[in-house]
Design a protein around this ligand. Structure first.
Ligand code: G3P
Ligand code: CA
Length: 225
């Protein structure tokens, strides 16, 4: 079962920072999950919200700033907002990277960056899963490069996600863990998809979800898995 660190090891270090991704590696996570938006000059920025308000000392929309401007804002007064490239270089093939597409315009740039690391740096498709709640972005990713593993995110309806996964030949379903039961986990797996629920932090919930024999869990505390 894959232990995937949500926004890095968010239970221990500030989310979506190089520090939190390093912590996930130190905890021997099998993978990290992160969120991407675009800067105004087209760089892939690793941050959860569409604004920098909650996590940095700045204010405003991510896509209103250039990369250089975004680098002047700090998380917890010390950490820069990372680019996706910086995270790839830190991880350096040591674990799986689950890239969640949040911002519009991210699909083609993420697909191109994955291809760049595969061609130039000997990474392989097994190092990446691209997920999103925005299924149009997943369709776009699949159209651009059918080799990229896709995780269909849902917080509402496992059956709908499963139907879409069959259409785009996805790799996995990423459901809110509260949507799962033994029957639907088996159904998803019988249709050939992995089940990678989020965000499971509480030890009792972890035990319950593990009893369904899911393929992996996304958690703020990967060491609890
Ligand atoms: O990818 C799973 C999970 O990260 C989705 O929710 O809000 O934490 O991005 P959120
Ligand atoms: Ca996410």
């Amino acid at each position: 079962m894959l232990k995937i660190a949500h926004r890095g090891a968010r239970g221990y270090e500030p989310e979506n920072t190089l520090k939190s991704f390093q912590k996930a590696l130190d905890l021997n996570a099998d993978g990290i999950e992160l969120d991407v938006h675009l800067s105004s000059d087209g760089h892939l920025i690793v941050i959860h919200d569409e604004t920098i308000d909650r996590t940095t000392n700045g204010k405003g929309f991510v896509n209103a700033f250039t990369l250089a401007e975004l680098k002047t804002f700090l998380i917890d007064d010390q950490y820069e907002i990372p680019t996706l490239k910086e995270v790839f270089d830190l991880v350096n093939k040591k674990c799986l990277i689950n890239i969640e597409l949040k911002g519009l315009g991210t699909a083609d740039k993420v697909a191109a960056l994955i291809e760049e690391y595969i061609v130039d740096q000997n990474w392989n498709y097994g190092h990446f899963i691209v997920s999103s709640f925005n299924w149009d972005l997943l369709q776009e990713t699949s159209n651009l490069n059918s080799n990229i593993a896709i995780g269909v995110l849902t917080e509402e309806d496992v059956e709908k996600a499963l139907a879409f996964a069959e259409v785009i030949e996805a790799h996995a379903i990423h459901p809110d863990y509260q949507l799962l039961n033994l029957e639907n986990v088996q159904e998803i797996q019988e249709k050939g998809f992995l089940v990678l629920p989020w965000t499971v932090n509480n030890p009792e919930d972890i035990q319950k979800i593990k009893s369904y024999q899911v393929d992996g869990i996304i958690s703020d505390f990967p060491d609890r898995l």
